[in-house]
Design a binder for this molecule. Structure first.
Ligand SMILES: Nc1ncnc2c1ncn2[C@@H]1O[C@H](COP(=O)(O)OP(=O)(O)OP(=O)(O)O)[C@@H](O)[C@H]1O
Ligand SMILES: [Mg+2]
Length: 316
């Protein structure tokens, strides 16, 4: 009798029996042969067991893969459904805010008109305080008009159909800088524009991005002795990253992300005028082109605003 050993475990025995008692007894050589046979049989059994195990695992794996595939397909379908629902909701919200802003203009114009009539034709009856108060009413209705116009401009950016082509950013930026320089005749502003890569996009909207960023840089450097505005471009994989850096008032970086939301301002209108819509428009245009925006600043030591645009058009 010889053991059948597989990995230190006895899985059986091979027993040899003499049928006739007259047959010669087993020799040492017979035992060696029997052990050899037992080893081979053990190997064959182990292989067969392994094969069954592997096949079972293969079946399990195929099943798991099919389940993952099915899950992915339903997930993709659900993501598409959700995206479509979200886009529809956004469009509806957009249309709503556009019509609300638009409809608000009419009564506001009436307040302004009647207020002016009151001020001009009944000035003597109003008295000093009455005139002062009416002046405040008119100033506020005027401010509300500006806010509504800004909201409408913001809304228009989302509604405008993108007209894509390759935009020569070098030329665009130089022309915006020239325009800004002309608008500030009394100031010596140094524009340092590096070489910029062309980008696919809507030229009119991208001009607005540069006008808003460079316009901010011009505005927020108003109180420094030597205003310097640097424009740079860096090629990253699949996209171009543009930055506008200035040495102006800067801002607290804690609020960097907020600045891209409508009407978020970190400076007082009495020091730096504005309604806070420029950067929101920048973010919306860049996002429609498939890019992203960011901001960095140090109070009193300048600010950097950047945006990336994918090299291949993936606009929405
Ligand atoms: N270059 C900059 N340096 C310092 N702060 C900035 C700069 N650009 C923007 N900011 C901060 O971000 C705020 C929002 O900027 P944004 O362009 O949206 O509005 P605004 O310039 O105040 O007004 P608007 O652009 O509507 O005329 C600004 O009020 C200011 O606090
Ligand atoms: Mg601005």
């Amino acid at each position: 009798m010889v053991p059948m050993r597989a990995q230190d475990r006895v899985i059986g025995v091979l027993s040899l029996t003499r049928f006739r008692s007259s047959a010669p007894s087993f020799t040492e050589d017979d035992l060696v042969l029997a052990q050899e046979l037992a080893d081979r049989a053990t190997l064959a059994i182990s292989n067969a067991r392994l094969m069954t195990q592997v096949q079972a695992e293969l079946v399990d794996r195929r099943k798991a893969e099919a389940e993952v595939r099915a899950l992915n397909e339903t997930l993709e379908g659900r993501v598409l459904d959700r995206t479509a629902a979200l886009e529809a909701a956004n469009r509806e919200l957009e249309a709503f805010s556009y019509s609300v802003s638009h409809d608000l203009r009419q009564p506001l114009r009436a307040i302004d008109g009647w207020g002016k009539v009151l001020l001009e034709e009944n000035a003597s009856q109003l008295g000093a305080e009455g005139k002062f108060l009416l002046g405040r009413v008119l100033a506020n209705s005027n401010r509300m008009g500006v806010l509504i116009d800004d909201l409408l401009a913001f809304s228009r950016v989302a509604r405008k159909e993108l007209e894509r082509r390759t935009v020569n950013m070098d030329r665009l930026v130089h022309s915006v800088c020239e325009e800004l320089r002309t608008g500030e005749p009394g100031r010596e502003i140094a524009f340092d524009v590096g070489s910029l890569c062309d980008a696919p996009g809507d030229q009119a909207l991208l001009r607005q991005v540069w006008a808003n960023l460079l316009g901010n840089a011009v505005k927020f450097t108003r109180h420094v002795d030597r205003p310097l505005i640097e424009v740079r471009c860096e090629r990253a994989t699949g996209s171009c990253r543009f930055t506008v850096r200035d040495n102006g008032a800067g801002f607290d970086p804690t609020y960097g992300d907020k600045l891209f939301q409508p009407f978020q301002r970190l400076h007082q209108s009495s020091v730096f005028e504005g309604t806070g819509i420029g950067l929101a428009i920048v973010a919306r245009i860049v996002q429609r082109h498939g890019g992203s925006v960011w901001a960095a600043g140090v109070p009193g030591a300048g600010a950097t605003f950047g945006f990336s645009l994918p090299e291949a058009a993936e606009a929405t």
